[in-house]
Design a protein. Structure first.
Length: 240
């Protein structure tokens, strides 16, 4: 099978420290010059997990795939607040946890399940008057408040080993886990920031179906062509 006119989807396990754009740039080199390659939902550099890469004509499906629900797991560090909403940012406030116990955390988490309205993170690609919010933040300018409505379908506390809370969360498209961590920290009165994040699924696609980025890079052209061809029926089924 030839890669002369590739089309399909690659499910990539994004490594930490990479941007979604970095992954696209690497994978684009696997295809003939001029092939369109894009992703259907940004992951922060800190995050790992499922990045849906679209190739060729399938890049037109980007918006539809972005609309799927997502599932995440990871950890939230309580007692600290950063300017980015995760541990890669500058610490702007720290508070003692005192006797904070799991039942109180679970109660606060339960109160954040359902429809939520909250501002988009300062360091996000949400636009205001043609500029991304992170451009305002990096320039030291006042950051416009951009309220967004999202739905948290479920949010489970998996463990509590102070100051780290482990969790699993399912949510609608457009939900920022960094924002959820900050909202939880506010409700508990101690602040919170994301310390680890992994995207487990996008709609019907799961990490069990994905491969590490390096595996895709090393895949022989014939096997890559087969993988793309086999992804088409899965895409069609997901979008029905």
């Amino acid at each position: 099978m030839s890669l002369a006119a590739p089309a399909g989807m690659l499910l990539v396990d994004k490594p930490t420290g990479w941007t979604s754009h970095d992954c696209v740039a690497v994978l684009r080199k696997l295809f003939p010059r001029g092939t369109k390659v894009g992703h259907a939902g940004t992951l922060d550099p800190l995050a790992t997990g499922l990045l849906t890469i679209l190739v060729g004509p399938c890049t037109r499906l980007q918006e539809r795939l972005q609309g799927f629900d997502k599932a995440y797991s990871g950890t939230i560090r309580l007692g600290v607040r950063t300017d980015t909403g995760d541990i890669t940012g500058k610490v702007v406030e720290e508070k003692p946890l005192g006797a904070l116990a799991r039942p109180a955390i679970e109660k606060a988490v339960a109160g954040l399940v359902g429809e939520i309205e909250a501002p988009a993170p300062a360091y996000s690609a949400v636009k205001h008057e043609g500029r991304k919010l992170y451009e305002y933040a990096r320039a030291g300018e006042a950051i416009p408040v951009k309220p967004r409505k999202t739905t948290v379908r479920s949010w489970d506390v998996l463990g509590w080993e102070p100051p780290e809370l482990s969790y699993r969360l399912t949510c609608s498209s457009g939900t920022y886990v960094r924002t959820m961590a900050e909202l939880l920290g506010e409700r508990l009165g101690v602040g919170g920031t994301v310390s680890a994040l992994r995207r487990e699924s996008v709609g019907p696609f799961t990490m069990a179906q994905g491969r590490p980025l390096e595996d895709w890079r090393k895949l022989p052209p014939g096997e890559l062509a087969v993988a793309l061809a086999e992804s088409i029926p899965a895409l069609e089924a997901a979008l029905k």
